[in-house]
Design a protein around this ligand. Structure first.
Ligand code: TA6
Length: 314
């Protein structure tokens, strides 16, 4: 925990659940619930919410909260024998009392280290000893950074494999006016077509119906352009080769109890993930997966951002 506590506050959230509020000098903020180690809010210096939270979200553990950024571990989706998206998003994480030195020289002030460890209960469904650490940090410029470190602490010499994702719900003005840049011409697995493999067309992605695609081996940078709000989210990811794009659209939205019927119009999930090739760790080994999200204003008068500039600038 940072020395000057103005940047980090442990407090009670909805239904008295423990949460941490991170604040930065310019007024940016983020909120993280210990349930699921889940980011539920990220606001810019104008106090505008940048992440989507469902109008029907429930804050009732062990259910994950519908929105924000959910941690999918040790399984993404239904790829494996565990419940959808694994169990980490349904568990109570704790503030890490003794985080190992952080592999980065960036001196953030507004950050929190959380940890989830194996439990007897989970060992029945996933017989491994592990430490899953996450640092959630808010940069001086308001950027949001999530760094996860997963260590195999098995004492029986056994390796384990897992898939992982930062299941991220972005708040957008109007989904039909959103474009995603950086996934053109890539192969993807279509979850709406039995995970069949296809190749994406050459233009930016736009949205007019339900989408649930796992893009394989993507660039480390992806841009989400919200024309209406002249705002672009730039995702930079490390150790997470894949990206999942999801919007349930109208019909599926009606089947989800914790999701408003019209909520699909104002959200898009673009999830940095490690899905196609599971990570395998021997005892003592550690994996790191990092996601950094920043917001850049659209630059062109038409409100059109030049994606090449967003994707290829430093
Ligand atoms: O990321 C896309 C996806 O795997 C979809 O298939 C959809 O099910 C979504 O996640 C939400 O999953 P959830 O278990 O949170 O309802």
């Amino acid at each position: 925990m940072a020395s000057e506590n103005v940047h980090v506050e442990l407090c009670k959230g909805v239904n008295g659940l423990d949460k941490v509020i991170l604040r930065e000098i310019r007024g940016c903020s983020a909120e993280v619930y210990l349930n699921g180690g889940q980011v539920t809010s990220w606001k810019n210096e104008f106090r505008e919410q940048l992440l989507f939270l469902s109008s029907k979200a429930t804050f009732k553990p062990p259910n994950a909260i519908r929105g924000g950024i959910q941690i999918c571990f040790p399984q993404f989706g239904t790829i494996g024998s565990l419940e959808q998206h694994g169990f980490a998003r349904n568990r109570l994480w704790i503030v890490d009392p003794d985080p190992p030195p952080f592999p980065s020289n960036i001196s953030h002030r507004a950050y929190i280290d959380l940890i989830l460890r194996h439990s007897e209960e989970d060992a029945k469904i996933w017989p491994h000893r592990y430490e899953c650490r996450i640092r959630v940090a808010l940069g001086p410029g308001g950027d949001l950074m999530l760094t996860s470190r997963i260590r195999n602490t098995n004492t029986d010499g056994k390796s384990f494999s897992f898939t992982f994702a930062y299941h991220t719900y972005f708040s957008v003005t109007d989904i039909s006016e959103v474009r995603v840049e950086g996934l053109e011409t890539l192969d993807y697995l279509d979850n709406l077509k039995n995970k069949e493999r296809f190749t994406e067309q050459g233009d930016a992605l736009t949205f007019e119906s339900e989408v649930d695609k796992v893009y394989l081996g993507t660039p480390t940078k992806i841009a989400i352009l919200d024309h209406e709000r002249k705002r672009t989210f730039v995702l930079r990811k490390d150790g997470l080769p894949d990206a999942v794009v999801w919007n349930p659209w109208d019909k599926k939205a009606k089947t989800m109890v914790d999701f408003g019927d019209d909520d699909y119009k104002h959200m898009l999930c673009v999830t940095a993930a490690c899905v196609e090739k599971p990570v395998t760790l021997k005892p003592g080994e550690e994996w790191k997966g990092r996601l950094e999200i920043s917001v850049v204003p659209s630059s062109y008068c038409s409100g059109q951002l030049d994606p090449r500039r967003a994707l290829f600038s430093g």
